[in-house]
Design a protein around this ligand. Structure first.
Ligand code: NAP
Length: 292
């Protein structure tokens, strides 16, 4: 099993979909993460409309020895409609063998690396053939281009289908106090059953809880999180992450913050073990009612 850091640095907003960091700023954030034991970085070919991997790779090129200290995760399978990909005529999914291999090879080049630690199928494709995906994975593995494989946003039945032909190691899902579905729809149960390690994207609510004026549900959640933050001498964000860490499937949060202070604080949140009843206080605040 691939060893990842307790939290993963999500790079989606490092470029033009977010703070538009310069190469020097990319390098600084990479180094700061590594210094603070955050060694895993989450990418996708599409981030920044196909630009973030290349920008990250340009930073890595300046200090190539850093590559040995990190794990690079990337994803493939979405074809975005963007001027950067003029051949795409519609936003769509492609999990054909050809697309997976071409995309992974492009990610290798963009990230300026000889191998990818973990490649994920970004979204379930209604036309996906698990055997074809497995063939692509097999070729990439044999060629040493990708070491480990997983999926993202896969439902329990899709995980089951894929697991019959390939050992799926990870499923990256939206999981947080504002997105509770995976706790109830069988997704995390299936992860435990098949020893698939879940990662959560949007673990802090993708910025929704940090809006100037959160909605009623957000206000309820924040009110509880503030009480727990006092008890645990923690920040509200750390409490939101403690909610995710509590699950027995051992979810690894992918933190989308572009600020090292918040990433560091997320790393420390792994030490906070909230009580079961406190977990349900957050659950109730999110749902607006008690469990049945
Ligand atoms: N597999 C998938 O389908 C999928 C989908 C979406 C995302 N992802 C991955 O998951 C990662 C995280 O996703 P995410 O960005 O949606 O989730 P997130 O970590 O829940 O949210 C990060 C956002 O919240 C803001 N934020 C955090 N704490 C804050 C605070 N105390 N005050 C104000 N703003 C705060 C951050 O701003 P600052 O930068 O200013 O801190 C950033 O914009 C992405 O980077 C990507 O790698 C995967």
């Amino acid at each position: 099993m691939l060893q990842l850091s307790p939290v993963i640095a999500g790079c989606m907003k490092w470029g033009q979909w977010g703070v538009n960091y310069s190469t020097a700023q990319y390098l600084q954030l990479i180094e700061d993460c590594l210094t603070n034991k955050i060694t895993s970085f989450d990418h996708a070919d599409i981030y920044g409309d196909y630009t973030v991997e290349e920008e990250f790779g340009a930073a890595l090129k300046q200090k190539p020895h850093l590559r040995q200290q990190m794990q690079l995760i990337t994803k493939c399978g979405i074809r975005r409609l963007t001027p950067n990909r003029p051949a795409h005529t519609i936003h769509s999914y492609d999990t054909s063998r050809k697309h997976i291999i071409t995309s992974a090879e492009r990610s290798l080049k963009n990230l300026n690396t000889d191998f990818i630690d973990l490649l994920l199928i970004h979204r379930p494709d209604p036309l996906m053939d698990p055997h074809e995906i497995a063939e692509a994975f097999d070729q990439l593995k044999k060629e040493g281009k990708v070491l480990h494989f997983g999926v993202s946003n896969f439902t329990p039945s899709q995980m089951e289908m894929m697991t019959r032909v390939w050992k799926v190691e990870f499923n990256q899902l939206e999981v947080s106090v504002i997105h509770l579905d995976p706790f109830h729809d069988g997704t995390l149960d299936k992860c435990i059953e098949y020893a698939i390690r879940p990662m959560s994207w949007g673990p802090l609510g993708s910025g929704k809880l940090h809006a100037d004026e959160p909605d009623e549900r957000g206000k309820r959640i924040l009110a509880v999180a503030k009480i727990l933050a006092v008890k645990y001498n923690a920040t509200v964000d750390q409490v939101l992450l403690a909610f995710v860490f509590k699950h027995p499937s051992k979810i690894i949060p992918v933190i989308g913050s572009t600020k090292i202070e918040r990433l560091k604080s997320a790393y420390d949140a792994a030490q906070i073990d909230i009580e079961r009843e406190e977990w349900f206080m957050l659950w109730r605040a999110s749902k607006g009612h008690e469990v049945p």
